[in-house]
Structure formats: structure tokens, C-alpha cells
Design a protein around this ligand. Structure first.
Ligand code: C2E
Ligand code: MG
Ligand code: MG
Ligand code: MG
Length: 279
């Protein structure tokens, strides 16, 4: 065994351990300290209104700036954070930071943007979620209408419980979006009962939208249904001009994807609005 130095702690390095298992062990041990060490950072991805082609919102996406491993994407640590419960303080940090940032942008004179924040199952089920959101809005002074909480279909399984939670949140004036729409196994009955504002069509339906008849049928049907229910629709994972055109022609409200921008640090969003004309 060799010991690998990290901060004050030593972890045993077993040479027979493969890279993946080693990485997971490192992430697990370090995750607990990452919050107090301020190693998390939010990046923001623009959401474009397809009618005006203006940026109307951004989604806050968390990254972990790990001292040894570099920038760690959420799929590598969000599930771990869920398992260990760290998602609760991390989620609160994300919410507060995203609201602070949105408020600061407005104070800098940028146009009002909607700030999308992902909630995890564990956060959504907590009794104190309402208080947390209410406190953050009060502390930051952000207009509640400029915050959009994203939940997934799988969180709506307990219809009565989720309805209560959402009604309370909604009473604050925030917006509610359903993320990764179409990939969950829940029934559609919640759509007519829940106080939701937006569906975000999962990118798996968008990628082959022009070539796969089933995908295009699903997307156009979601658009029709959502608009009949007076819900807005954002398409996720828009990567090509052709996908954008298809979505626009079929009345999709907003689009998010690499075609417009990848998730970027906060100052890059600022620069998108603060560009002074050069000659
Ligand atoms: P999501 O909420 O569905 O976020 C969209 C993901 O799609 C982001 O991945 C984004 O970078 C990626 N994406 C955007 N446009 C494109 C595109 O055109 N093509 C492709 N291939 N991908 C695109 P990211 O940032 O890696 O986040 C992955 C997931 O991690 C998120 O999916 C969300 O479920 C979770 N996540 C991220 N931040 C947070 C957070 O603060 N809290 C919680 N609970 N979950 C988070
Ligand atoms: Mg999301
Ligand atoms: Mg998601
Ligand atoms: Mg999504």
C-alpha cells in the first residue's frame, strides 16, 4: 500500500483498485469537506426564447472544482450527495448562490432573467423546503417570479404530498418546471392537478427530431398538450440549427442547448449582455 497525501488526511491506495473505484473513493471522502472548502461552483446555461431569439433565462448547473481531479461534472457526485444526504446543504447553497447571482445581474442593469434551479428528490421531500426557499428569496431580495424550481416526474409519485409541497411553493410566487419531461414513468394525471408553469422536453426526444418519426410525433404532441394546458415548453439539448427551426415552427417557446451556448461561468453570462460595441 502507498499512502496518498491530501490535506491532512492520508488515504490508502490499493494498486489493484481500478481507476473508477479509486475515483469514487476519493469523491466520497472529499464530498463531505467540499462545501466548507467552497469547492462547488455554479455554471449557467442560457435559455433562448424562440420567438424573439433573446436570452430569457438560464439554468444553474453545479460543478465541483476538485483539488486533484479538476472540474467534476454533476453525474459523478450528485448521486453520491443524494445517498449521503449532503444534497440538502449543497442544494441550499445552489439555491442561495443562484438567487444572489440573478439579483446581482439585475443590479448591474441586465435584463430580467428567469433562473432555473434543479431540486433533488431529497430536498423536495423535506418539510423545511418551503422555509428554505422563502428565506433565500427574502435574504437575496430576488423577485420570486424570477426563480424557476425544476423537479422531475419521478418526484411526483406521491401525488397528494407533491401537490401540497408545490402549492405551498407556488404561494411564494416562484415558477415550477418539470425537468426531463417524457422520461419518467409517472402518469400524466398530475399535469392537470399541479400548479406547474413549464415542461422541459428531455433532450433524448430532441436529438433525432428531424429524422425519427416517433420522436417528432412525441415532441409535437407534448407541445400541443402543454399549450392546451397553458404550460410553457422548453426544449433541452438543442444542438443544431435544423432542430431549432423544427421546434420554432412547431411553436416551442424556449430552447436550451449547445447550439446557443454550453453552461458557462457567471461572468461569461454577464459578458453576453455587457458587450460594448467595438469599432
Ligand atoms: P438537467 O437538469 O437536465 O440539465 C441539463 C443538462 O444537459 C446539463 O448537464 C447540460 O450541460 C446538458 N446539456 C445542455 N445542453 C446540451 C446539449 O445541447 N447537448 C448535450 N449533450 N447536453 C446538453 P450537466 O450540467 O452535466 O448536469 C446534468 C444533470 O445533473 C442535470 O440535468 C441535473 O439533473 C443534475 N444537476 C446539475 N446541477 C444540479 C444541482 O444544482 N442540483 C441538483 N439536484 N441536480 C443538478
Ligand atoms: Mg434541469
Ligand atoms: Mg435533471
Ligand atoms: Mg433536463
Amino acid at each position: 500500500y502507498r499512502a496518498k497525501e491530501h490535506g491532512n488526511s492520508y488515504r490508502l491506495y490499493d494498486p489493484s483498485m481500478d481507476t473508477k473505484a479509486y475515483e469514487r473513493m476519493v469523491l466520497e471522502t472529499d464530498l463531505r469537506k467540499a462545501l466548507e472548502r467552497e469547492e462547488f461552483v455554479l455554471w449557467y446555461q442560457p435559455q433562448i426564447n424562440l420567438a424573439t431569439m433573446q436570452i430569457e433565462g438560464v439554468e444553474a448547473l453545479v460543478r465541483w472544482q476538485h483539488p486533484e481531479l479538476g472540474l467534476v461534472p454533476p453525474f459523478k457526485f450528485i448521486p453520491l450527495a443524494e445517498e449521503t444526504g449532503l444534497i440538502v446543504p449543497l442544494g441550499e447553497w445552489v439555491l442561495r448562490t443562484a438567487c444572489q447571482t440573478n439579483k446581482r445581474w439585475q443590479e448591474l442593469g441586465m435584463p430580467k432573467l428567469r433562473m432555473g434551479v434543479n431540486l433533488s428528490m431529497r430536498q423536495f421531500r423535506r418539510e423545511d423546503l418551503f422555509d428554505t426557499v422563502a428565506n433565500v428569496l427574502q435574504e437575496t431580495g430576488l423577485d420570486p417570479a424570477d426563480l424557476e424550481l425544476e423537479i422531475t416526474e419521478s418526484m411526483t409519485m406521491d401525488l397528494e404530498q407533491s401537490l401540497q409541497t408545490l402549492q405551498k411553493l407556488k404561494s411564494l410566487g416562484v415558477q415550477i418546471g418539470i425537468d426531463d419531461f417524457g422520461t419518467g414513468y409517472s402518469s400524466l394525471s398530475y399535469l392537470k392537478k399541479f400548479p406547474i408553469d413549464r415542461l422541459k422536453i428531455d433532450r433524448s426526444f430532441v436529438s433525432d427530431i428531424e429524422t425519427d418519426e416517433n420522436d417528432s410525433a412525441i415532441v409535437t404532441t407534448i407541445l400541443l398538450m402543454a399549450h392546451n394546458l397553458r404550460l410553457k415548453v422548453t426544449a433541452e439539448g438543442v444542438e443544431t440549427e435544423a432542430q431549432k427551426e423544427y421546434l420554432k415552427v412547431h411553436g416551442c417557446d424556449d430552447a436550451q442547448g449547445y447550439l446557443f451556448s454550453r453552461p458557462v461561468p457567471q461572468d461569461e453570462i454577464q459578458q453576453m449582455f455587457m458587450k460594448t460595441p467595438q469599432n
